[in-house]
Design a protein around this ligand. Structure first.
Ligand code: FDA
Length: 392
């Protein structure tokens, strides 16, 4: 049995950040991961450029049964703290829409930074290690693995969520929580594309590849970004965002033309005696294929002059308020994150330590904190892990 101060299960974003901070305090830290490489999700994130944080991080960008839980960590280790770290390593980055910050070169820069910081403070990262069991006897946690048995004073669970099982996602973190009597809230795939009902899928499959700026809403949230039609259904940032607020069986409303008031526009053109066909006019705003999928040929072939107020209003409604009930989501196979997870009420928002089990900590995505698309999930990983690292 090999003794150490802190064992962290999971060498992803939060596990490595926590290891660095605990290491800085002089704690002897061992990070265990079953994968053959640390930080696989960091490497694949942001299309290989890792959207590592956002200029604007607010608690309102996170979903949780306890919306107050994330506030303390996000205010104690902020996006500016992470940017200062990036600055020390001179990692070049750029801003995209909505304050999203990406590496200029490669997500590898972020992983190398984390591993270099781990190295500086003597953190040991042991890969290809499968956890067979975790037990707590007297004041210590005992872990049996395929690479030997270990014991530690503090055990940090940084196993992430269930998305992309191919990348090594497992429910181990939830199982450990449950083993110690800690509540785990139901999980679901979030930031995930929608699949469509068979008839909608058939109708819209011809639009595959088209992206349009839209406003996508349900009765809880609204996002203004692109919607992408795919051969499976709907994707793009606006869809991924609303998927985190969607429940099976619900409808969503998509405004395909948020930048104009179509009813006013068409009526004013009709008054100006514009004689074009409706089709020609609409194709000035939206891709041709999309226009013909949404409206009948009969209507599209008519001159604007022949359309009644009621018909114009109906056309506008169809494009401004496209109401659709997704069939489901693509699930964990393609989801960026998992919503739900370890109940935040069971964990201290200051230390990330379990309120019931002394020495047991939860950080990152395994907790019931789900960020929006845009660097929010990594910031949660950094912030929550930094906090735990001060105490574990
Ligand atoms: P993370 O998943 O990073 O790490 C968990 C670790 O635990 C892994 O190394 C895993 O191998 C290990 N583990 C799991 N089960 C284990 C077991 N049984 N035994 C041992 N080890 C185990 N977010 C963002 O803010 N900006 C972005 O650009 C993106 N992009 C993005 C793209 C894609 C394709 C995905 C799937 C996700 C994103 N994300 C993102 C989300 C982001 O990657 C995610 O929220 C963080 O990586 C979460 O960090 P954690 O450390 O909690 O888990």
């Amino acid at each position: 049995m090999s003794d150490t101060d802190v064992i962290i299960i999971g060498a992803g974003a939060s596990g490595l950040m926590c290891a660095i901070e605990a290491g800085k305090r002089g704690r002897k830290v061992l990070v265990l991961d079953h994968a053959n490489k640390a930080g696989k999700k960091i490497l694949m994130s942001g299309g290989g450029r890792c959207n590592f944080t956002n200029y604007s991080i607010e608690p309102g960008n996170y979903i949780s049964h306890n919306p107050h839980f994330c506030k303390s960590a996000l205010s104690r280790y902020t996006q500016w703290d992470f940017l200062a770290l990036i600055g020390r390593y001179q990692i070049p980055f750029h801003e995209r829409d909505h304050g999203q910050l990406f590496c200029n070169d490669s997500a590898k820069d972020i992983l190398e930074l984390l591993l270099a910081e781990c190295n500086k403070v003597g953190v040991v990262v042991q890969l290809n290690t499968h956890i067979d069991s975790v037990e707590r006897l007297t004041d210590l946690f005992h872990l049996k693995t395929n690479n030997g048995n270990f014991s530690c004073q503090s055990l940090v669970i940084a196993t992430g969520g269930l998305s992309i099982p191919k990348m090594g996602a497992t429910p181990l973190g939830y199982k450990i929580a449950e083993q110690f009597g800690i509540k785990v809230l139901p999980t679901s795939a979030a930031l995930v594309p929608f699949t469509l009902q068979p008839e909608d899928k058939e109708k819209f499959s011809a639009l595959s590849g088209i992206a349009v700026p839209c406003v996508v809403s349900n009765n809880r949230q609204s996002f203004s970004e692109n919607v992408l039609f795919t051969h499976r259904g709907l994707s793009g940032p606006a869809i991924l965002q609303i998927s985190s607020y969607w429940r099976a069986g619900e409808e969503i409303v998509i405004n395909l033309l948020p930048q104009v008031n179509l009813e006013t526009e068409l009526k004013s053109k009709r008054q100006q005696k514009v004689k074009n066909k409706l089709k020609t006019i609409l194709e000035g705003y939206l891709p041709k294929r999309l226009v013909s999928s949404f409206l009948s040929d009969d209507l599209l072939e008519r001159s604007l002059q022949d359309l009644s107020d009621k018909q114009i209003q109906r056309v506008a409604d169809q494009l401004h308020c496209w109401t659709i009930k997704p069939n489901g989501t693509e699930g964990y196979r393609t989801a960026e994150v998992t919503s739900g997870g370890v109940d935040c009420d069971a964990v201290s928002s200051k230390t990330m330590e379990s309120k019931q089990v002394q020495g047991l900590y939860f950080v990152g995505e395994v907790l019931d904190v789900t960020g929006w698309l845009g660097g929010y999930n990594f910031q949660w990983a950094w912030s929550s892990a930094w906090c735990a690292g001060q105490y574990c």
